[in-house]
Design a protein around this ligand. Structure first.
Ligand SMILES: Nc1nc2c(ncn2[C@@H]2O[C@H](COP(=O)(O)OP(=O)(O)O)[C@@H](O)[C@H]2O)c(=O)[nH]1
Ligand SMILES: [Mg+2]
Length: 359
C-alpha cells in the first residue's frame, strides 16, 4: 500500500516526523453399499485435447498483482494524503482506518490495528512513514499468523477432503487446482463427483480430472451424494490413493435438508474411517465480504469445519476479509484462490499475504 508512497517521497523535502442442491436427502438407513448398486463410473484420466479451452496453465498468478484491487482500495489517494503531512498525527490514523474498513478488514481487526499504532505513536516509537509502515505490517502479520496452519495430508491414507460451500463460491474449480497442487507434491489423487444435482457439475469435475490426469468417480445425476463419495473412498482405498477430494452441491446455510445431507455424508464416511473426512474444507468467495463470515459460521455450527479456502481474491477489493476471518472465525485458512487457472491456488502464508498487500 505504501510502495508508491516511497516512490513519491523521493522528491520530498520535508520528511514526516513524529509528534504525534441437490437431490432430496435420501434415507440414511439405506446402506451406502446398497446405494452403490447404482452404476459407478470411474472416469479414467484422458489426455487433454489440444483444443481444450481449459483455464490458463501458465505459472502461478503474481500475488501482488492478484491483490491489486484490494491494494487500490487501501492506497488510492493515501500517498498524496501523506505527502502533505509533516507529522504522523491522528488524521493519518483516521485516514488509514477508513481505508482498512473499506477493504473489509472489519471493525474488530481495524480497531486492533489502529489502537496498536496509536500506542506506538504516543510512545514515540513511530516517528515517520517508514516506521508506520513497518509497524503496520508487523501488526497485520500478527493478526493473520494464527490462521496459517497448512493442511497436512500425511495423517491418513486415503486422506479424505470434503469440500463444501455455497453455489458459485469456487468449490469445483478449487478442487481442480487442489488436485494439481497435491500432484506437484508427488501424491496420488482421486476426485469424487458428489455434486449430483446438475449433470454439468459432474462434467466440470471430470474436465478437471482430465486436466490433472486423475480419476473421477461419479454416478448419474440425482444419485445420492453420500453413496458416490462412499464408493469413491472405498475405490481410493483399494487403489492405494493418497488423497481423495469430494465435491458437493452448493447450498445455503439456511437449507436445513441440504445441511443434513452434508451431515449424512460425514456419518457415512465415518463407517469407513472414524476420522473421515479428515478435512472438511469450506470454500468461500472473498467478494462476499463480511456476509460470508456469518455463512461460514453457520456451516461450522451445523457440520463442523476444519479449514477454509478463500477464493477470488484477485477479483475483489475486499481482500481484507482475511483479517475478519482471523478475528472472528477460529479456523485455519488453508488456501487462497487468486485466479481461474490451475496454478492459481496457493497455501495461505500470512507474511507473504501482508507483504503483497503493503508492497
Ligand atoms: N477470478 C477467480 N475466479 C474464480 C476463482 N475460483 C473460482 N473462480 C470462478 O468462479 C466460478 C464458479 O466456480 P465453481 O468452481 O464452478 O463454483 P462452485 O459452484 O462452488 O463449484 C467459475 O467461473 C470459476 O472459474 C478465483 O480464485 N479467482
Ligand atoms: Mg461446483
Amino acid at each position: 500500500m505504501f510502495g508508491f508512497i516511497k516512490r513519491k517521497r523521493k522528491n520530498e523535502t520535508v520528511p514526516a516526523t513524529a509528534e504525534t442442491i441437490s437431490p432430496e436427502t435420501t434415507n440414511l438407513a439405506q446402506s451406502p453399499s446398497d446405494a452403490s448398486s447404482v452404476a459407478l463410473k470411474e472416469e479414467k484420466p484422458a489426455e487433454l485435447s489440444q483444443s481444450d479451452p481449459s483455464p490458463s496453465n501458465s505459472g502461478p498468478a503474481d500475488l501482488n498483482q492478484a491483490l491489486e484491487k484490494t491494494k487500490r482500495s487501501f492506497s488510492d489517494g493515501m500517498a498524496d494524503f501523506l505527502l502533505g503531512k509533516k507529522s504522523i498525527d491522528s488524521s493519518v490514523l483516521d485516514e488509514l482506518e477508513t481505508r482498512l474498513l473499506s477493504a473489509d478488514v472489519g471493525i474488530d481487526a481495524t480497531t486492533t490495528i489502529i489502537d496498536e499504532l496509536q500506542n506506538n505513536i504516543s510512545r514515540k516509537t513511530i516517528n515517520d512513514v517508514d516506521a508506520l509502515q513497518a509497524k503496520l505490517a508487523e501488526i497485520m502479520k500478527t493478526i493473520l499468523q494464527p490462521c496459517e496452519l497448512p493442511l497436512d495430508t500425511g495423517t491418513a491414507k486415503p486422506f479424505v477432503i470434503l469440500v463444501v460451500g455455497i453455489n458459485g463460491a469456487g468449490k469445483t474449480t478449487s478442487i481442480g487446482k487442489l488436485a494439481h497442487h497435491f500432484i506437484q507434491q508427488g501424491k496420488s489423487v482421486m476426485l469424487a463427483a458428489g455434486d449430483t444435482f446438475r449433470a454439468a457439475a459432474v462434467e466440470q469435475l471430470q474436465q478437471w480430472g482430465q486436466r490433472n490426469n486423475v480419476p473421477v468417480v461419479s454416478q448419474g445425476t440425482g444419485a445420492d451424494p453420500a453413496s458416490v463419495i462412499f464408493d469413491a473412498v472405498q475405490s481410493a482405498s483399494s487403489k492405494n490413493i493418497d488423497i481423495i477430494i469430494a465435491d458437493t452441491a452448493g447450498r445455503l446455510h439456511t437449507q436445513d435438508n441440504l445441511m443434513e445431507e452434508l451431515a449424512k455424508i460425514k456419518r457415512v464416511l465415518g463407517k469407513i474411517d472414524a476420522n473421515a473426512p479428515h478435512e472438511t474444507l469450506i470454500v468461500m468467495d472473498a467478494g462476499f465480504g463480511q456476509n460470508a463470515l456469518h455463512q461460514v459460521q453457520q456451516f461450522h455450527d451445523s457440520i463442523g469445519l476444519t479449514g477454509l479456502a478463500v477464493t477470488k481474491l484477485d477479483g475483489t477489493a475486499k481482500g481484507g476479509i482475511l483479517f475478519s476471518i482471523a478475528n472472528t472465525l477460529n479456523l485455519p485458512v488453508r488456501f487462497i484462490g487468486v485466479g481461474e487457472g490451475i496454478n492459481d491456488l496457493r497455501p495461505f502464508n500470512a507474511a507473504e499475504f501482508v507483504d503483497a498487500l503493503l508492497e
